[in-house]
Design a protein around this ligand. Structure first.
Ligand SMILES: Cc1cc2nc3c(=O)[nH]c(=O)nc-3n(C[C@H](O)[C@H](O)[C@H](O)COP(=O)(O)O)c2cc1C
Length: 521
C-alpha cells in the first residue's frame, strides 16, 4: 500500500529498523549536516552502506521541532521508498507500458481493461481544503516567516541557510501543465528565498515563457531569450518586467514517491504528480493553494506559496554542492512568500549534498534504473548504463551497447548528448555488451585497453551543468566520449583484435570439484 504521507513513511522506517532518533541537542548550523554526512557515509563498501535515516528531535533554537534527514540514503531505503524488491522492477513496469503485448483475442483484450483503469487511477486527485492536513495552520501577512522552521546551513562557506529538499511547483503558461522540480532555495529572510532552477530546467522555461508573454519589443525579446530565468541576465530587459509575477508553490515533506518524483528528469509534457502516482500505484491527493493558482500535495508537512517577480534576480550561493566543491554565487530569481500553510507540529525534511556518496547518490541510482527503458526507446542498442556516484551524475556515464555497425558507439554518444538532462554528461564511456558496466574494474580494463586515445576519443561542445566549475564558461563547454568498444575492420582497424582471456568450462568444472579440498579459501 502506498505511503499516505511523510509520517506514514516514518512509521515504516522505524518499524524496519531504518530510523535513528537523534535526541542529543544539535545545531541546524553545520552540526546536523555533519551528523547526516557521517550517517550517509557509514558502512561504505558493505551491504549496510548508507547508515540510517535520522529524525532530529532536539534542535538548538527550535524547541519541539523535528527534522528528517537521509530518508533515501541507502539502496534498501530507496527500494522501500518506492515499494519495490528491486529498482529494476519499476523499469519492468515501464517496459510493460511502452511495449504492451498485442492482445490475441477477446479475452486478452478484456484482460487489458483493468490495466488501463489502473493507469487512469494514477492521475492526481484534488481534495477539499478541509480534508488537507497541510492546511492545519495557515499563516499570512506579518505571520509569514520561513525561519520559524529549522532550516540548515550545511557547509561552512555557504551563503547562508538553504532549503535542500523542496518540491517546487510551477505551471506551464501555454499548456497549463504543472511541473514539480527540486531546486534548492537560499533563505534571505523570513519572506524571501532564492530559487535555484538552472536555466535548462523546466521551471526556468516556465519563467522564460512568462517573460516572452510579457515582452513588448524585439530588443527585449532577443535579450531575455539569450540569458534569463536562472543565471546572469541583461538588466535592461528585466527592469521592464518588474512587477510582473509568476506563481510558485513549494511543498516540503511529502510521501517519498512524490518527493522523489521532483528529481526525475521528466519531459515537460509529463507532470511529476502523474509520475508519483505511477510510482506509488495510487493517485497523489492535491489541494488548491490559498493565494496562488497551483496545487500541492494535500498531506505535505509544509507549503510555501508565493511568486517570483519576472524582473528580479539576486545573487545566490556559494553552496557546498554534490560535486564535492562549492558552487560559486550566480544570479537567480527571488521567491517571495505570500502564505505558509503547515501541519500541526510539522516535520521539516532536509538533505545534505557534498562529496559522494551522499543521500542523493541513491536517488540518482533510482533515476538511472528507471530511465534505462526510456533510453532504450531512442537508443535500442543500449544494454546497460552506470552513473557512478563519484561521477556526480553529470560527469560520467558508462554505457554498454550491442554493436551492430561501424561507428555505433559515436552514434550512441551523440544520442545521449541529445537526450534531456543527459545533455550535461561530461564524459561518456561506451563498451561492448559483454562488459558489465556495474563492475568498475572491468570498465577500467576495457576503457584503457581498447582505445587508441587519439582515434577513439571524441570531443564536442554544448551546454554543460551549471555546477561545472572547470568549463571554459559557465553553462557552456566541452564533453568527451570514449569509444572503448572492440574496433572493426569496417572502422578502419586492420590489425587482428585479440580474444579476452577465459578458461574453458570443463577446466573450471574440474577445479570447482577440487576447490574445497585444496583448502585455499
Ligand atoms: C537534493 C537535490 C538538490 C537539487 N538541487 C537542484 C538545484 O538547486 N537546481 C537545479 O536546477 N537542480 C537541482 N537538482 C536536480 C533537479 O531536481 C533535477 O534536475 C530535476 O529533474 C529538475 O526537475 P525538472 O526536470 O522538472 O526541471 C537537485 C536534485 C537533488 C536530488
Amino acid at each position: 500500500m502506498a505511503y499516505e504521507d511523510l509520517r506514514d513513511w516514518l512509521k515504516r522506517l522505524e518499524r524496519d529498523g531504518e530510523l535513528k532518533r537523534v535526541t542529543e541537542q544539535v545545531s541546524p548550523i553545520l552540526e546536523m549536516a555533519e551528523v547526516a554526512d557521517r550517517a550517509a557515509k557509514s558502512g561504505r563498501g558493505t551491504l549496510k552502506a548508507g547508515g540510517p535515516a535520522l529524525l532530529f528531535e532536539n534542535i538548538e533554537g527550535y524547541p519541539g521541532a523535528r527534522v528528517l534527514m537521509n530518508q533515501f540514503g541507502s539502496e534498501r531505503r530507496m527500494r522501500l521508498a518506492l515499494e519495490v524488491e528491486s529498482l529494476d522492477d519499476i523499469a519492468g513496469r515501464i517496459e510493460d507500458l511502452l511495449h504492451p503485448k498485442q492482445p490475441m483475442g477477446m479475452l486478452d483484450k478484456l484482460k487489458m481493461l483493468p490495466k488501463l483503469a489502473e493507469i487512469g487511477g494514477y492521475f492526481p486527485k484534488t481534495v477539499a481544503a478541509k480534508d488537507a492536513p497541510c492546511k492545519e495552520v495557515i499563516l499570512r501577512g506579518d505571520d509569514v516567516d520561513v525561519l520559524k522552521f529549522p532550516i540548515l546551513q550545511t557547509w561552512p562557506g555557504d551563503g547562508g541557510r538553504f532549503i535542500t529538499l523542496p518540491c517546487v511547483v510551477t505551471r506551464d503558461g501555454k499548456t497549463g501543465k504543472r511541473n514539480v522540480g527540486m531546486y534548492r532555495m537560499q533563505v534571505f529572510d523570513g519572506k524571501t528565498t532564492g530559487m535555484h532552477w538552472q536555466r535548462q530546467k523546466n521551471a526556468a522555461e516556465h519563467l522564460r515563457d512568462a517573460l516572452r508573454a510579457g515582452a513588448t519589443d524585439g530588443r527585449e525579446r532577443v535579450e531575455w531569450m539569450a540569458e534569463t530565468a536562472g543565471g546572469t541576465a541583461p538588466g535592461i530587459a528585466l527592469t521592464k518586467m518588474q512587477g510582473r509575477r509568476m506563481e510558485v508553490a513549494v511543498a516540503i515533506g511529502t510521501d517519498p514517491a512524490t518527493t522523489f518524483s521532483a528529481i526525475v528528469p521528466a519531459p515537460p509534457e509529463v507532470e511529476e504528480y502523474l509520475i508519483a502516482g505511477f510510482l506509488r500505484q495510487r493517485a497523489v491527493e492535491l489541494v488548491k493553494c490559498e493565494t496562488v493558482d497551483l496545487e500541492v500535495p494535500a498531506a505535505a508537512e509544509i507549503v510555501l506559496e508565493g511568486y517570483v517577480d519576472l524582473g528580479e534576480l539576486r545573487s545566490e550561493g556559494p553552496f557546498g554542492d554534490h560535486t564535492g566543491f562549492y558552487t560559486m554565487p550566480d544570479e537567480y530569481p527571488l521567491f517571495h512568500i505570500t502564505c505558509i500553510t503547515h501541519r500541526k507540529d510539522p516535520i521539516y525534511a532536509a538533505t545534505i549534498v557534498g562529496k559522494p556518496p551522499m543521500e542523493d547518490a541513491w536517488m540518482g541510482k533510482a533515476v538511472e534504473r528507471i530511465f534505462l527503458p526510456l533510453m532504450k526507446l531512442t537508443l535500442p542498442e543500449i544494454v546497460d548504463v552506470n552513473l557512478p556516484a563519484e561521477g556526480v551524475f553529470h560527469n560520467l556515464m558508462i554505457v554498454s551497447i550491442k554493436k551492430s555497425y561501424a561507428g555505433q558507439a559515436r552514434k550512441v554518444m551523440n544520442g545521449i548528448w541529445a537526450m534531456g538532462q543527459a545533455m550535461f554528461t561530461k564524459c561518456i564511456v561506451v563498451v561492448d555488451e559483454d562488459c558489465d558496466v556495474q563492475d568498475l574494474g572491468e570498465v577500467v580494463l576495457r576503457a584503457t585497453n581498447n582505445i587508441d586515445p587519439e582515434r577513439d576519443i571524441q570531443f564536442t561542445l554544448g551546454p554543460v551543468d551549471s555546477l561545472d566549475h572547470a568549463s571554459r564558461m559557465p553553462n557552456y563547454g566541452s564533453k568527451m566520449g570514449i569509444d572503448a568498444t572492440r574496433k572493426w575492420a569496417a572502422e578502419g582497424f586492420t590489425r587482428p583484435w585479440p580474444e579476452m582471456l577465459t578458461m574453458p568450462a570443463d577446466v573450471k568444472a574440474r577445479v570447482d570439484t577440487l576447490w574445497k579440498r585444496l583448502g585455499i579459501s
